[in-house]
Design a protein around this ligand. Sequence first.
Ligand SMILES: [Mg+2]
Length: 268
Amino acid sequence: MLSVTDSLLIVTDLDGSLLDHHSYSWQPAQRWLDKLNQYQQPVIICSSKTASEIVPLQQQLGLSDLPFISENGALTQIELPGQAQPLQRLGGADYHHICQTLDDLRQRYGYKFTGFADVTASDVALWTGLTPGAAALARQRQASESLIWRDTASRFTHFSQHLSLAGLTIVEGGRFWSVMGKESGKGAALRWLLTHYPDKQAPPPVTIGLGDGPNDVDMLQSVDYAIVIRGHSKSPVQLRHNPAPQVYYTQAQGPTGWSEGLDVFLAG
Ligand SMILES: [Mg+2]
């Protein structure tokens, strides 16, 4: 079992993991957040949310000044001490290019889907239960597009092949599909982050990952200890156990499952 005094790095998804899928509360995880904060263990957010959404959440969670991975790994940002500009990695494609490609495919092949760029903040608020203000932050995208697929499963296969030919990829989150550059993804973003943080000279920390969706699989496969939180998406998350991470599948959902998983791997 790990100890809170070990050199650790915790990487966590937000929606459906640290945050409740419906209420966005993290209350059941507060006990562990306080403990990790007390021992100065970094908790790195790794989410489909935008940077504009994550920065205020980091403050509320007491995780300011830590790196974060946003837009499903299409954007990674590390604050460097003494430097005005954070270190950024933008994975592959920018938002304008992605939306342009999606529009072209829709016009050529008649695919039916609705993306955040097609609607207003009020629509996003209705879909997500976010306040209109928070929904506006969710639309401030830099490197990925969220969409609802409204066409058939077989057309989806063709759609993803067309995206691939255009250098893009699509992954499933708790509520939406996410289209981004092929080099993006939570796992690729985490592997890049680990080469730049916390200290290249120090021995690497033991990594613990927490996530609930198919978009978390690559991230969970890239850590030493993976906590798969029981989720809401149609496809249940199943990890390869070889090569390991050590994996625990929680009984509880959301932040209660988040705490349940840490109770299993980490002595508090
Ligand atoms: Mg999730």
